[in-house]
Design a protein around this ligand. Sequence first.
Ligand code: BES
Ligand code: MN
Ligand code: ZN
Length: 498
Amino acid sequence: MEFNTKVAAPEDVKADCLAVGIFEDQGMSPGARRIDRASGGAVRAAMASGDMKGKRGSVVVLRALPGVAAARVVLVGLGPAAELSDKGFAEAVAAAIRGCGAGVATLAFAAGEWKVAGRGAAAGARALVAAARATAFRSDELKSKATRGEAPSLRRQRITLVSPKRDAALEQGLREGVAIANGVDLAKRLGNLPGNVCTPEFLGAEARKLAREWRLKVQVMDRRQIEALGMGSFLSVTNGSVQPPRLIVLRYEGAGRGGFADPIALVGKGITFDSGGISIKPGAAMDEMKYDMCGAASVLGTLRAIAELKPRINVVGVIPSCENLPSGSATKPGDIVTSMSGQTIEVLNTDAEGRLILCDALTYVQRFKPAAIVDIATLTGACVVALGNVHSGLFTPDDALAGELLAAGRSSGDSAWRMPVDDDYQEQLKSNFADMANIGLPGNAGAVTAACFLARYVKDQHWAHLDIAGTAWRSGAAKGATGRPVPLLTEFVLKRAA
Ligand code: BES
Ligand code: MN
Ligand code: ZN
């Protein structure tokens, strides 16, 4: 999809289709009113007939209206004006795109009315790009051509935002929207790829490709280099797998002033398949554990978006990546491993592997003296129980950092909800034989004790942990990666740079 802006009256825009909004309570939007006037009452007639009542997501297509340059006008129900949430907005945009048909090569939106309630033009443009790109996205690279459907033609569409006068905020919103959508689509693509394709080596190659295309610094370390760093906890997870592990480090240098000072550090869990290991998972829906690298994918997606937008800030991404499988050489329950920090860990459950790879990555990333560290992980089923598929879980003892991340989530339509990490939960991680156990009590604040485990590796750092187990992908008929939390992370970095 291509996006651009145009200064024109809606009735003068030459396009295959023009989308204008109808509110359930206030009736015609300003754009719809202009089309109505130009066409001698065509919109009024559609509303009077009862065909269009403004119900969110409903559409009516009008063709060849007199006085209107666009070949078609799609009237799109926006629901009540005051309530246009991120989700409702995305539904309406998707309805407009589907309503006018995949055959439409150019689709124009009258910009003024296409915005989320209570937000400005820039946020409206961002949300429109996000919704449009989501409508066109498919993971179809492993399908044969004949079964790819309408998506390829949607991806060729040109979408124009029409406004009465030049609007710099609209243009900036569009630019940010496209960059974020590029990051989201990368995260979705990698997330949806199966474990036999998206291996740790594959992620390393993708990181190299990203670095080449966007002039990032990259280092992809192999088992020997990971051993040399002393990452005994990370390596214990990969013992049962024949796929070699990778430690990926990507750097975006935008701050200038020489050197690589005070970066924002993003650390992403990159388990390319999580069978549970010897503590093996039940079979039902185990395929979804290919998504256990969505934290890693969100780091790559965010760096993609940042590299395109070029904010004045430094960012480092660190991705520990391996498989978690059972075999004769796999780590066993009760095994004790030594992390890079020197702390020892009793692995009571090999399925609590995310924290075992992240703790070493968190130790490693501190060599960059980061201004803030955010780790992103599909870490616990318990977080899904707590927050479902709506908010990502945010864990940090740092109130200021929490405020920034929560605000970034709200304004990017990619929300997080704060959860506790206080020391009162730490006693659950006591071990009789090592410095700590890798699990707490069964059925007892599992998302919190996982965060508390990580907290032991980031003393005196500005650190936050995002548990995206419930938000990184959706199950069922609409199964697929969501690309979250790329919008939240990108917004966080942009705000820090501003
Ligand atoms: N990758 C899983 C977490 C997960 C499970 C995410 C289900 C989404 C859906 C993680 O590695 C894991 O297995 N966690 C265990 C921890 C437990 C053994 C303490 C869990 O949540 O059951
Ligand atoms: Mn696991
Ligand atoms: Zn896992």
